[in-house]
Design a protein around this ligand. Structure first.
Ligand code: C2E
Ligand code: MG
Ligand code: MG
Length: 892
């Protein structure tokens, strides 16, 4: 890891090393393989072209040589022919001079020659007139004095030489002919001309024996450049004027060759020529380049096919090599990466032989186990096996590795110093060629941290952080296990539901920190009492549960419960204060009361609730009656919802009178419910249910609005100083109504003097979440609404509340009023309460006054107001009005 970091820190070089190399980069292009492949291709094509050129040149050269030789042969042969004609001319001339008869004799004798070579023999006199023609008798005068040969011989001044004429077209026959002539000399003087006409094709006939191929030609050209014979197509080119050619340039060799495109037929040819100066003729043999190169075309075709085949072969070879090299490169890269990972990995790795002998370990292995690479090499890999591994795990691992070559699982590893740690061990076998011999690689992942984290998570999920007791989740798990076990063993499981009494009070007065200490102490006390097999859990808040398995009957739990109650109730020191708390405990039994964990808990809770209702520090066993009560509560809840919608509710008013004047000063609004089937239902029966279900909030709003409507009416019709008091339950405070629905806002909106509304609260509200209630009461107070503390005398530390909250009056509870007549002590207490309240400027109302005696005592004690059946029970508005009117009348 450190190595990797240090490499990374040297910036560009290491970065470049990690960059993928561009395959199209210059370096890639100039790789030996590419260069080799291109060189091969270049060589092959160069060689092919070279061979082609060579072959081409050879063919041309051969053709040149061949045509030269043929031209020579052509020339030699024609020279021979010319000589024969020349001799024939000499013979003819001699015989002509010997007389006509001799001459005709010679002609006849030499008929063969005449027929063979010539088609005409003629004799011209010194004036150019035709004297003789072998074609037929000369019957008319034919003037040939304009013939070239005649002029040449005449002008030569008696010089005896063979003359070969330019081709001439017969005036009669229209045939072309070359005329071989000699002068007839008489006594050295010009006396006429002997003419032998030879046809060009015949003269050049030898050329037909030459192998000149397709489009080949053989031509005889005079020194002047004039064509006199040509094979084939003898007539072609005859009429062309003489012109300069390559070979008759001054200084040109007598024999040679050249290449030319024919002006006549457009064919390109190689021409071999030979000059015979003796007769002033050039002999040319031409082969068409096309026919010369005919074999070359086949050769070229073969060579190109061969070249393409070689190219394809090389391309194939190249691609194969390239793939192999890429494969090899990738393989090397993989190897490099693998060794990099091996060396720099934070995971411990160990390489062994198939027999388990250590071949190598990586640095992380040394860090993890303490074994250095050198000291551990050659050791058996088992050296790091902890003895604490289960036999079955070790065997399973060995079998899997032997059979499949791989295994992965949790394994305890022993370090060099003897300490051990849990690891995830992964073993793999590599038969790969990269390692040479087959090897096993073991990866050891230290799971200590993971296990620790898992443990923490497990604890968080299953245990209560404050008390360290199992939480609701684990509680359910254990309870289900115990129920399952009991189901099998046909035993019973008891579940205790413990709820601390008045824990909230402690929390509120002493603070949450002290509350936490209290909970911890209670948890400790509970745990100390139960058996090891029992499970104590904290469900939340001040609720605890105990699972007591293997219980014979409910009675068997009694001693435990009693000690629990006693133990919990023992005073405990919280900071400066000595605090006493008690608990209410409910008990439910599996399978008697419920058959599932969830319902068993509900039963135990119901039993606990019953215990609490029975007056705290009590315990109760679940009974079917409790269940029925619960069902009743559920029914009331649902019926109450309907009641709200169907106007089954009504508000009655009970007058509160001035104890001294007897005048009605206030009216307490009290809800009434006439159930369509069950008739009148007591508020004491449905108000607590409405509180539990939260319905009380809606009911409260409804009652307030009814009462305010009524009050406005009465202010207008009866008495505008009348106050109406409305009960507000603690739950309503918790619901925290603010905004438009809060009572002060409602009063203000309706334009009712706030002072005419009294809100009756119980100590329960004051004990609820302090800050919130104080805030609410302050709101009431600021708005001018009076606050009355209801049921005074039934609470616990009533007087302390009077000091802490802004209370306007207290209502002495009817139970207290009832005991007045029998208990003189209560009379004294009553007087004390009244005078203390008065000292705090708090008015006192006595509730439930039923007898004149009670009234008298209360008046004597100084009570300000009275309420009770003695005056008037709660009545509908009309009756209330009647009562008030009657009272007023009575007074007057
Ligand atoms: P409370 O606020 O203490 O109301 C006085 C109770 O005493 C009324 O019972 C009333 O009928 C009764 N009472 C009055 N004078 C006498 C008497 O001389 N003798 C006897 N035996 N009883 C007398 P009620 O109407 O049954 O109400 C019971 C409780 O239900 C009330 O006690 C109050 O806490 C609650 N409650 C009634 N209406 C409402 C309501 O609209 N909202 C809320 N939150 N609670 C209400
Ligand atoms: Mg009341
Ligand atoms: Mg009361």
């Amino acid at each position: 890891m450190a190595a990797a970091q240090s490499k990374a820190s040297d910036g560009t070089t290491s970065e470049r090393r990690w960059l993928p190399r561009g395959t199209l980069g210059l370096r890639g292009l100039l790789s030996p393989l590419n260069v080799g492949a291109v060189a091969c291709l270049v060589f092959i094509w160069w060689f092919t072209l070279h061979q082609l050129t060579k072959e081409h040149d050879r063919l041309i050269r051969d053709a040149e040589a061949r045509t030269e030789v043929e031209a020579q042969a052509f020339g030699e042969y024609s020279l021979g022919s010319t000589r024969r004609v020349s001799e024939f001319l000499l013979d003819l001339r001699a015989s002509w001079l010997a007389g006509r008869e001799v001459f005709e004799q010679v002609i006849r004798e030499r008929q063969e020659v005449v027929r063979d070579l010539t088609f005409q023999v003629s004799v011209i006199d010194e004036n150019g007139m035709l004297l003789y023609s072998s074609i037929g008798p000369v019957t008319e005068r034919v003037d040939l004095s304009q013939r070239e040969h005649f002029r040449v011989h005449k002008e030569s001044g008696g010089h005896d030489a063979l003359f070969i004429s330019d081709p001439v077209q017969g005036k009669v026959s229209k045939k072309w002919s070359i005329q071989f002539t000699r002068p007839i000399l008489k006594a050295g003087r010009f006396a006429g001309v002997v003419v032998v006409s030879v046809s060009p094709e015949q003269f050049a006939g030898f050329a037909n024996t030459l192998t000149v191929g397709k489009n080949g030609v053989a031509t005889i050209i005079k020194d002047s450049g004039l064509i006199i014979a040509r094979v084939p197509d003898p007539a072609v080119g005859m009429e062309k004027p003489p012109r300069k050619r390559q070979f008759n340039e001054p200084g040109a060799p007598e024999t040679g060759s050249y290449r030319v495109v024919s002006g006549t037929d457009g064919v390109e040819r190689i021409i071999g020529y030979h000059h015979v100066p003796e007769i002033g003729l050039y002999f040319l043999v031409g082969e068409s380049v096309a026919s010369v190169l005919e074999p070359f075309e086949t050769y070229r075709h073969t060579a190109v096919v061969g070249g393409i085949a070689s190219t394809l072969l090389i391309a194939l070879l190249y691609l194969t090599l390239r793939r192999q090299m890429a494969e090899r490169k990738r393989h090397l890269e993989e190897m490099r990466m693998a060794s990099l990972v091996y060396a720099s990995s934070s995971e411990a790795m160990m390489v062994t032989t198939l027999d388990g002998e250590v071949v190598d370990v990586n640095p992380a292995f040394t860090i993890t186990t303490g074994y250095g690479a050198q000291e551990f090499k050659g050791q058996p890999s088992d050296a790091i096996r902890s003895e604490c591994n289960e036999r079955a795990v070790v065997d399973a691992m060995r079998t899997a590795v032997a059979d499949k070559g791989t295994w992965s699982g949790e394994y305890l590893i022993r370090r060099k110093d003897g300490s051990e740690f849990p690891a995830l061990l992964t073993i793999d076998t590599f038969a790969g060629s990269a390692l040479g011999e087959p090897r096993r690689v073991a990866l050891i992942h230290d799971m200590t941290e993971k296990k620790r984290a898992e443990e923490v998570i497990w604890r968080q999920a299953n245990f209560d952080t404050l008390t360290d007791l199992p939480n609701r989740h684990l509680f359910y798990e254990r309870l289900r296990q115990e129920i399952a076990r009991a189901r099998q063993a046909h035993t019973q499981v008891a579940l205790l539901f413990i709820d601390l009494d008045r824990f909230k009070e402690v929390n509120d007065t002493l603070g949450h920190d002290q509350g936490d200490i209290l909970l911890k102490e209670i948890a400790r006390r509970i745990s100390a009492i139960v058996r090891g097999t029992d499970t104590v859990a904290r469900l939340g808040g001040d609720e605890f549960t105990i699972i007591l398995p293997d219980l014979s009957d409910a009675g068997a739990a009694a001693p435990i419960i009693r000690s629990l109650l006693a133990r919990i109730a023992t005073p405990l020191q919280l900071g400066q204060e000595s605090v006493e708390v008690s608990a209410s405990i409910g008990l439910a039994l599996y399978p008697r009361d419920a058959d599932s964990a969830e319902s068993l808990l509900v039963r135990a809770d119901q039993a606990m609730f019953a215990a609490k209702s029975a007056g705290r520090n009590q315990w109760a066993v679940f009974t079917p009656a409790l269940q029925r009560a619960e069902q009743e509560r559920l029914r009331i809840t649902s019926d109450l919802r309907v009641a709200l919608q169907q106007n089954q509710l009504a508000v009655h008013y009970q007058p509160i009178v001035d104890m001294h004047t007897g005048k009605v000063r206030k009216a307490e609004a009290l809800i009434r419910w006439t159930h369509p089937a069950r008739g009148e239902i007591d508020p004491a029966d449905f108000i607590p249910v409405a509180e539990d279900s939260g319905l009380i909030v809606e009911i409260g709003k409804w009652v307030l609005n009814e009462a305010l409507d009524q009050l406005m009416h009465w202010h207008a019709t009866l008495d505008d100083t009348l106050q109406v008091s409305v009960n507000k339950s603690p739950v309503e405070f918790r619901a925290n109504a603010t905004g438009d629905t809060s009572w002060p806002k409602v009063v203000m909106r309706r334009g009712i003097p706030p002072h005419s509304l009294v809100v009756e609260i119980t100590e329960g509200s004051l004990m609820a979440d302090n800050a919130d209630v104080v805030e609410h009461l302050n709101d009431f107070h600021r708005a001018g609404i009076d606050i009355a503390l209801d049921d005074f005398g039934t609470g616990y530390s009533s007087l302390s509340y009077l000091k802490r909250f802004d209370i306007d009056c207290i209502k002495i509870d009817q139970s207290f009023v009832r005991s007045l007549a029998d208990n003189p002590k209560d009379i004294a207490l009553c007087s004390a309460i009244v005078s203390m309240a008065h000292a705090l400027r708090i008015k006192v109302i006595a509730e439930g006054i039923e007898t004149e005696e009670q009234r008298a005592i209360l008046v004597a004690a100084g009570c300000d107001y009275g309420q009770g059946h003695l005056f008037c029970p709660p009545v509908p508005p009309a009756a209330f009005e009647a009562f008030v009117v009657e009272r007023q009348l009575a007074e007057t």
